[in-house]
Each structure stands twice: as C-alpha cells, then as structure tokens.
Design a binder for this molecule. Structure first.
Ligand SMILES: Nc1ncnc2c1ncn2[C@@H]1O[C@H](COP(=O)(O)OP(=O)(O)OP(=O)(O)O)[C@@H](O)[C@H]1O
Ligand SMILES: [Mg+2]
Length: 505
C-alpha cells in the first residue's frame, strides 16, 4: 500500500500549488476539426465561385479545372463498366510566373478534400539516371493521403484520447494501489483494517476513508492538471521503443525500395519498453500519441487513403515546359524526352507499387503547368500531348488586377498585413489612392524588369512597410493610415532608379 505519508505529501503539494488563483487553463485543446462536408458534389459554378474567393480573374483556367473536378464526380455516378472507361481530363495551364497557376490547383485540391501533390517535372530523370523516378510521385501522394486521413481520424478521436491521457497522467502522479489491496476490500468497502502507525500503536482506520481521501486527492490533482499547474512536475513513463535505429535506404535508384527495411525489422523484433522520467507536459504528448495510436485503426486509414488517391488524387506537375523540347537531340535533351516517356504510363494510368499496396493511377487528375515561353506544348512528345487534352492560358496580370488582388481575396495581402500589425495594437489603413498607387508601381516594375506577376506585390509591400514593421510597437499611436503620398515617398525613388529597383523590389 502506498505509504500514508506519501499520500499526505502529495496532498500538501497539491494544496500548496492550488493557492494562487487558477488562470488560463492549459488543458490540451483539440483544434476544431475542419469542415468535412463532402465538397466533391459542388457544381462547376460553385467551384468557380469558391475559387473566386481567392483568385482574381483567370476565368478560363478556373472553368477548366471546375469541369475536370466535376467530371470526376460525374464519373463516380456512372454505372457499370463504362465508368472505368471514363478518364480524367488532364489539364495544362500555360502562363507566365506568378499569375495563379499553382494557387488555382492548390485551392482546388483543398476544395475537393483531395490528396494533392505538387512536383516539379524537372526533378525527375529518366530511369537509370541519378534522380527521382517518376513513380515516386505516386508514392508521395499516398503518404500525403495517409497523413490526411490519419489527421481526420485523430480529430474524431482526440476528445476520447485526451480524456484517457488525463486519467493516465493522474495514475502517474498518484499511483493506484489496487493491486496491493486485499481483493476482498473492493466489494467489502467497510472492512476494517489495522494499520501500524509510526508510534507502533495499532491504529484503526476505515479502508473506505482512505479511499475517499485518495479520490479527493485525485480530483484536486485533476484540477491542478487542467489549470496547467503541474506541467513541470516529473513523472515516469513507460515507453515502447524501437530497438533498431531507422535505416535510411533512400538513395539514387533506391526509390522503388522505399518500404523501409528498418521499419520491417522493427515490426518483427520484440518491442522493448523503457521507463523514462519526463515532465507532465512531455508525458502528455507521448501519451496522447500512444492513445491515438490505440484508437485509430491504421488498416482502415490505409484503405481509405489508397481509395482517395485512386479516385480523387490530384498531381500538380509544375514546370512541364522544362522537360519539353529538344526532340532527337543529344546530351541532356535525351534525358528530357526520357522523362516524358517515363511519365506516359503514369499519366495514362498504370499500377504503381507502394509500401502500402498497389495504386492504380487511371483516375488520378494531372494538372500540368508551365510558362511555355520558349517551347510550346506541341514540343512535348505527341503521346504526352494527347494525355493532356485540355489547355488553358492564364494571362499576365495588370494594374487593375493588382488593385483587386491587394484587397479582394480572403487571404489578401493587405488583410494579412492588417492582422499582423493589429497584434501590436495598431490599426492599419490604406486609402483607395494608396492601393491604386501600389498597384501602379508593382505593375510598372513588372514591365520594366522581369514580370514576376502577383509576387511583385509582396516585394513592393515589404519595402513599403519595412519601417512601420520595424518601429512597432514602440512607435505608439493607435491608427496608421497609408495614403498615396506615403507610398510615393517610400517607393517612387526606388521605382525610378534602375539599380535600386533591381535589388530592392
Ligand atoms: N490571379 C491571382 N489572384 C490572386 N492572387 C494571385 C493571383 N495570381 C497570383 N497570386 C498570388 O501570387 C502568388 C504566386 O502565385 P502562384 O504560386 O499561383 O504562381 P504561378 O502561376 O504558379 O507561378 P510559377 O510559374 O512561378 O509557379 C500566390 O501567393 C498567389 O496568392
Ligand atoms: Mg507555380
């Protein structure tokens, strides 16, 4: 039985620490789960409307991706064999840098709740050469999908897990004594018991009295735990640990073997447990992941994840133009064409072996993108051109677009800056003329130097607000209004001077 001295000691400590008033409770909070409503069934119009919330103009591209996404849903509704015949409408988005190609694809994936992978086509090299083989993108997409599904399951189970962790932490703080008590006393709570006190005189205490005390202590500790008062307290946690260090077998040409040998060995060898002392805060993390592991059925997660990859997966193949061109040439060009050839089966649909099982890529949606300045889509090998039947052009953005991009999207740059500045207690305002002036300068610099599209707004704004961001929160005041005079004063000189422009904006 746990010494009563010990119990008293814990009680005292509990009382001492409960003295200061309880403030901000540091209970492990579960993040509010993302809305998991099935957005797969959005109509093309609704999809475009959703994209409009973040991306200005580029209507043709929005329309094309909306149709492609909807066609997937339509395909799922088709009965029988015909369904397997219907292939996704892979898309090539053509347009200069910084006009929203990646942004459209990323938002689309988020809308669809689809596993989404962005890769640069130029990363891949022909089979047999040093570099990544194209199948690795499917394996990466599977990993992303598993993380996504697992994340959703974690959100579903988090509440239960947090409750269990609390009980386990309390067990660690005040170890249970059940196994040391005579079994009979469980049912027969009133059994009297003689305890020899320190004085040597037989003391008599009702067992249930002791139990009540323990229960009260436990509840006191629970209160302290929830108030975050015990975070630094040390506890001893039993941890299972892997006896084999992770073997990293990744290397050139090893991509196909990436079901990690180390991991397999770990599953085969007996698990070692080790007791480790750590703070309550750390223990909470360790125990939470243990409890979540117990609650989540990984087999089911993997099944679901593979299904999502096959039916909803989106692979965004950036810089497709970098592997185009140079047909029949020598040197690196051979490799470019080789990569295109390697891409064919994956884009067309093939079965890729992953460490979690086979994945059929027939219905994975591929969205390729590239500037296609010097090469044209027609410089791709004909077979690959055929796999991307839809071409959309994104136009370069002008001053009017910039005005809108600065203000309208839900994550608009000005909104972001306003939020940042507000954390230092300052209200940041931009006049209409100031916004117009910013857009004009950004567009002007784009024309006179390299056109980097909407990314130019970032550099222009950063320069404009450098001093403001530096002086906060010391500058005092509650409201700062940026007008066109301020913008001109800060930026005109830089925008006019070619050398300054080149390095600063
Ligand atoms: N039409 C637009 N509407 C709103 N924001 C945009 C638009 N175009 C670009 N942006 C913003 O500019 C940034 C760069 O855009 P994005 O990543 O989509 O460029 P990209 O077209 O993929 O260029 P690259 O060819 O260099 O990859 C993003 O952060 C995005 O928010
Ligand atoms: Mg991009």
């Amino acid at each position: 039985m746990i010494a009563r001295d010990k119990l008293a000691e814990i009680e005292n400590a509990a009382a001492a620490e409960s003295a200061p008033p309880a403030e901000n409770a540091a209970v492990a909070e579960s993040a509010p789960p993302e809305p998991t409503a099935n957005l797969m069934s959005l109509t093309p119009r609704q999809i475009v409307a959703e994209l409009d919330r973040y991306i200005i103009s580029q209507d043709a591209a929005k329309k094309a991706v909306a149709i492609a996404l909807r066609n997937r849903w339509r395909r799922r509704q088709v009965e029988g064999d015909l369904r397997e015949e219907i292939l996704p409408n892979n898309i090539i988005m053509i347009g200069p840098t910084g006009v929203g190609k990646t942004e459209i694809a990323r938002r689309l994936a988020r809308l669809a709740g689809a596993p989404f992978l962005k890769v640069e086509a130029s990363k891949f090299t022909e089979v047999g050469y040093v570099g990544r083989d194209v199948e690795s993108m499917v394996r990466d997409l599977v990993e992303i999908s598993i993380n996504m599904v697992r994340g959703e399951r974690e959100d579903e189970h988090r509440e239960t897990a947090v409750e269990r962790v609390e009980e386990r932490l309390l067990d660690l703080l005040l170890p249970p004594v059940a196994e040391e008590r005579p079994a009979a006393s469980e049912e027969d709570g009133a059994t009297r018991k003689f305890v020899v006190g320190r004085s040597g005189i037989a003391e008599e205490e009702a067992e249930d009295e002791l139990q009540n005390r323990r229960r009260r202590t436990r509840e006191k500790l629970r209160g302290l735990l929830r108030d975050g008062k015990l975070e630094e307290r040390e506890v001893e946690v039993e941890m299972t640990e892997s006896s084999v260090p992770m073997l990293d077998l990744q290397g050139p040409g090893m991509d196909g073997l990436d079901w990690n040998l180390g991991e397999m060995l770990q599953d085969m060898l007996p698990k070692k447990t080790r007791r480790r002392r750590m703070s309550v805060a750390e223990a909470r993390r360790v125990l939470l992941s243990e409890e979540l592991d117990k609650l989540i059925d990984m087999e089911e997660v993997i099944d679901d994840a593979l299904d999502r990859v096959e039916n909803m997966g989106i692979i965004f193949l950036d810089e497709l133009d970098k592997i185009a061109g140079g047909r029949g040439g020598v040197g690196p060009d051979v490799s470019r064409e080789g990569v295109q050839r390697d891409l064919l089966p994956i884009v067309e649909g093939s079965t890729v072996q992953t460490r979690y099982g086979m994945v059929v890529t027939d219905h994975v949606l591929f969205i390729a993108a590239g500037a296609f300045h010097t090469v044209k889509p027609s410089d791709l090998i004909p077979e690959l051109q055929g796999r991307f039947p839809i071409r959309v052009e994104l136009r370069s953005l002008d001053e009017d677009d910039f005005v809108r991009i600065l203000c309208e999207p839900e994550n608009a740059l000005l909104t972001q800056y306003r939020a940042l500045v507000a954390t230092d207690g300052m209200d940041l305002e931009f006049t209409e003329e100031a916004i117009r002036e910013l857009a004009r300068i950004a567009s002007d610099v784009n024309q006179r130097m390299e056109n980097i599209g909407a990314r130019r707004l970032q550099t222009v704004l950063t320069t404009l607000l450098e001093d403001v961001m530096f002086d906060l929160p010391d500058s005092g005041g509650e409201k700062l209004t940026i007008d066109d005079a301020f913008v001109r004063e800060r930026l005109a000189e830089i925008a006019e001077d070619e050398d300054l422009r080149r390095y600063i904006l």
